[in-house]
Design a protein around this ligand. Sequence first.
Ligand code: 26Q
Length: 867
Amino acid sequence: MATRLGDESLGNKPLENRSSENTSLENRSSENRSLGNRSDKAGIGEIELLQSPDRPMTADAILEDFTHYFGRLLGRRTIRTRSPYPYQAVVFAVRDRLMERWGKTRMALERNNNRRVAYLSLEFLMGRLLRNALLNLGVEAETREALSRLGLEIEEVYERELDAGLGNGGLGRLAACFLDSCATLSLPVIGYGIRYQYGMFHQRIDNGYQVEEPDPWLREGFPWEVKRFEFAKRIKFGGRTTSYVDSRGETRYLWVDTHDVMAIPYDVPIPGYRNDVCNTLRLWSAAATDAFNLEEFNAGDYGDAVAAKNEAENITMVLYPNAETYNGQELRLKQQYFLASASLQDTIRFWQSLHGDDFAGFADKNVFQLNDTHPAIAVAELMRLLIDELHMGWDEAWDITGRTMAYTNHTLLPEALEKWPVAMFRRLLPRLLEIIYEINARFIAEISHRWPGDSERIRRMSLIQEGDEPMIRMAYLAIVGSFSVNGVAGLHSRLLREGLFRDFAELWPHKFNNKTNGVTQRRWLAACNPGLSDLITEAIGDDWVVDLSQIGRLRDHADDREFQRLWRHVKLANKVRLSRRLTELTGIEVPPAMMFDVQVKRLHEYKRQLLNVLHAVHLYDRIRRGDGDELVPRAIIIGGKAAPGYAMAKRTIKCINNVARVINSDPIMADRLRMIFYPDYNVSAMELICPAADLSEQISTAGKEASGTGNMKFMMNGAITIGTLDGANVEIREAVGEDNFFLFGLNVEEVQAMRGHYRPDDIIDADSDFSRVVKLLESGHFNRFEPGVFDDVLRSIREPSDPWMTAADFRSYVDAQARANAAFRDVDDWTRKSILNTAASGRFSTDRTMRDYNDEIWHADPIVLEV
Ligand code: 26Q
């Protein structure tokens, strides 16, 4: 019935050309592991090399391997600390140890025939990998020792690694934390993503303005990756569709005259924490089908041939730096389809290598988790592969699709919901458009059956939004094609059911569920905050590293004066470390005794960095007018990137920098108030920042932040949150107790109730502090020689239609800040609150999140390695 889907799956390629998979690791049966053992499995000889004995995990052996790679692979003789080579040699030494575990994990997956999860994401914001690999392997001390014998400090080597910034923010970092937790829980999860040649842009601040610079993170090579050319896939674009009736009288569809691109996988190892499991992140890179296109060469079209190669490779050239808004660029749609098709073909190829053409059990053994709608085209692509390439009937294919796809939503903002023009689909992916139309026709029939005559409902729920420019609603495609739809915090999931996806929740209530986000405590506490980590382990043992619920036992120490003193000592050391870095970056001195009041996240109006600025100006105003005696010295630290096309967000950065400049150059403020914009905020910056924070700013308009995960990192490191009842803040406050959280602002219902009769001017006029702040800003005090630069930003606050209702929450925010200020003055009590925050962070581990996904969505059995 079905034909075999080869690695270069083109229905019209002869079968003989598709035999490369027979040499794949996946095909090596576990019985054949002696040196030179031949087998005739699959009719083609395999020669399996005897595994060399595992490399010892000792300082001696690591040093030996380091020396080998440094000299013989990298061809170096002299160690220069600032060169990338010591770092690379360490990675190669560590990678040897990962390889053994990687191979064993792959064999176990094959042997156990586990249900497997493919996590499909356009973003994996991995950051640096070395420190976490050493931590998880348990060889940090040994590696430190090996390097110190060479006169190298391991910290300097860590610093030499560039961030793998293949993501924008929360959604991408969440995917990276998920991978760490899945490997640690031995869950059979493979991450599928894109190997962008340029990751998230670097941000430079020039006269207060953001300037974007490219991120050529692969320039010196990425020593973690392994190219797996043998698993390359062919991806089609363009062309047209035709149909014919086959010998059995069935209509078959062909997608022809396409412009094909190759997807080349690069694998990155994902080690679990001391469990010998090593999972895979498979990143696809685009390449031309034939680098040397013979026909075009022979025709003398050398230029055209090379230009075509360029166009193909453009697909994975750059990460789109948008967060929370989509913009309908064609290349972005190509990226999405490229990822979806390559990853699905890969999964099908793996299935066929074990089961041949029998797809009966496929849906029981595979799940595709869609990280937002970005890879949602996978719903239609799986249908296409099953129907067109494997010759399955519609019903059988739809059954498999609907039993394997699961969709996670990450946003409530309507402007962030992806919609692609039908016309663009017709041009780029004509066969997928046909399939989406067919899915929609059948779906609409289902609605009509359930609600006869309700044409308004059909219009609302249709996958196609009608109008001058008809659009495909990707979220609806994802919902219709999935068995599970989840939000990322309790409040967010409720709002999805009651608002954005209400019609769908009414139709399929069983699909909707919540999975509250988390962060991995291995990176976000153990690795980034060794001081606190050691202190915690001394108090309660080290089980928390793999079982964060244990951290609750810290509560018993919250009132212990000596423990409090040690806790403060660690926090101060972390603040000294951050303070030094701030001075390096900005030239500004920040006394570590100050309260470190931190807001780091993408710039967006809904996150309300402006509200933070209003408070900063208010403090400045109070100190200037001599009303600042009760104020504790405070450093307001703000960091984050604005999407290059988001004018208002970029103006906000300028505004922060200008206010900061005035504050920091006023001698009266010197020891009382500092304001810093942290340039080029990224994963590695957060590893330095969150251990040093006292106050965590989570101040979005209620109902707008899906979850937040920075809030969890700060909490875990003993910062206290000032925040609204939004996203996971709600659950953070429940966990830590209302006394240990500075709550302010309208809740979701109050925000909704105020719409329509919101009068910001009246609010400002009725509040003298607020009036003074606005007057200062509007007077040009912070933009003396730059008239008008803040007009748009300031106008937005006075707008009755301001969706973010910044003015509505000003008073309540300032009051909450005053409570934080008072609390900070009571050193012991603040320390107690800090300890209680860390102690209450147990629920916010991605280990818990991943257990929830697995128990309620995936139902995969853990990997069992051969003993
Ligand atoms: C879409 C189309 C075209 C180009 C870019 C995009 C795009 C890219 C990234 C749209 C959105 C994003 C990122 C969204 C995001 O990071 N959302 C955050 O997800 C976190 C993890 O669940 C939550 O904690 C945050 O609340 C949510 O804002």
